[in-house]
Ligand binder design. Sequence first.
Ligand SMILES: Nc1ncnc2c1ncn2[C@@H]1O[C@H](COP(=O)(O)OP(=O)(O)OP(=O)(O)O)[C@@H](O)[C@H]1O
Length: 593
Amino acid sequence: MAILFDLIRQRAALLSLAMLASAGAAVLGLAPLLAIYTLALEIMGDAPDRQAIHAVVFWTALAMGGRWLLLFLSNNWSHMAAYALLFDLRLRIADRLTQLPLGFILTWSSGDLKRVLQEDVERLEMVLGHTLTDVVAAVTLLIGAGIVLVWMDPIMAAAAFAPLPVAIGLQAMLWRGSHDTVEAYTQAAGRMNAAIVEFIRAIPVIKTFGRGQTSMGHLKRTIDDYQGIVVAFSSAMVPAWVGFMVALGSGLLFVLPIGGWRLLSGAIDGPTFILFLLLGVGLMQSLVQIITFGNHMRTTLASIERVRGILDAPTLAGGAITTPPASLDVSFSHVSFSYGEKKVLDDITLTCPPGARTAIVGPSGAGKTTLAHLAARFWDPQQGAISIGGVPLSDYAPETLVRLTASVFQDVFLFHDTILANLRVGAPDATREQVIAAAREAQIHDFIMTLPDGYDTVLGDRGARLSGGEKQRLSIARAILKDAPIVILDEATAFADPVNERRIRTALERLCRDKTVITIAHRLSTIQDADQIAVLDDGRLVDVGRHDILLTHCAVYQRLWSAYTSPWDGGNGSAAHPPHSQPGFAARQGEVR
Ligand SMILES: Nc1ncnc2c1ncn2[C@@H]1O[C@H](COP(=O)(O)OP(=O)(O)OP(=O)(O)O)[C@@H](O)[C@H]1O
């Protein structure tokens, strides 16, 4: 709720004006009813005054014009405020996302992040742009007209408001019973959305493997689940909701007999009776708007909670050191790391010497990627410290740390922009000539020159028009251009054709020249000449050494190597590919930060 008030405060002036205009429009909305009352007084009076009748028509028309103007202004102002707030909030979330550890962002699916940025933020528009002013109008009408009615005849006013306790009681029943159901509904809707997104993404796999029925099964289950909850929700809510609506319309049951009795007894006149029939009965409908506001607020508060999940997530503390370190070694000192309760790295102490290549190997799930992510500061370890040149990563200013490392990971992201802009991501000031030189070294220049606009060709959505190998080489070109002294690589597991593989190997050899390199190795042939190989097993560092030495005494490495060199998969997924005659790098895909 605090975040909502905080947002409202930022556009308080505009929203207040919108609410005032809405309240004014509501008051003016009473004009036709009062006109009927006044006309009835004139017409039923002894000597109807033509001039007075004309005046009533004139003032009513003026009031209607004024109401139109106030509604127009109220809508305009509330929407201006709402969209400005939405814009601010989206920027705040986007800004926060850039400050949050990458590891945190990787735990969210892109569908969930999109939902927060788009649907959850959009929900505020409904409240701020529409229902807030509607509810102000409804409350104004209810209170304003209530005062007028009580002033005219308290007994008749009591008759008009008689259904109110019943309506409120039924609404309270609805609210009390619905909390768990609304929660279940929200979760079922979330599961169904996620299943739909997954299904759409999986269509190529489904078509390739002919798993249509199986994949549809999960989607169908989530839709059935959602439908079941909606039907149960409706059945549980309908009786009370219908009762509420009937109660709202039942004012006539009280106003008609009591009004008739008071009219006949001379306590009220005809025009007053007519006014109570019109106003007293119609007034209750304002409650619907108030209830709608309450319902919108409930779903909006759930959205705000999700927004807060991002805005309140802890960022990594950045230090103040901006000078590059004298030495470019990367050291892990007694590092332990857990994802939630699950410990995946345990007391790792390892130094990656400057200008040397350290390969990390181990069975699948041993923690290789996590260790590389920690070196790139996706997360901070819960225990121990990671340092560059003896300075803990957290002591560096974030921009300095970004300049010190280039990461090439498996998921390549290419912006919907020109190739030139995509290559300049890590080096915005690079000249065109420097970009071309980097592309040449990454073995991608010739391909770029075959594109219609060369370096100015705009890439499709997520680089869809490029092959996997082309994307990899573009990402390596980015890293070469960035020219960071420390390179963190995640070799991917996908095969490349021999020509592409040779190109990638050449590009990576160029990228890693004279750099401190930490590489996650999936193909052991590529790391036989690494300066040191760190062997991980089940989150622990079991050995560090060169290939030949490890082969003589490290049981885990021997197992990996034997599985790797066996003609059949020895049961270890990460090292089951046949060795290549030439050692070198074979990273497949990569994203450069
Ligand atoms: N975001 C995450 N949340 C929870 N657990 C995770 C997360 N990322 C990885 N893990 C778990 O941590 C362990 C180590 O994973 P990691 O990816 O570091 O291993 P790896 O050695 O790189 O594996 P592979 O060779 O299969 O890629 C695994 O058990 C994995 O399931």
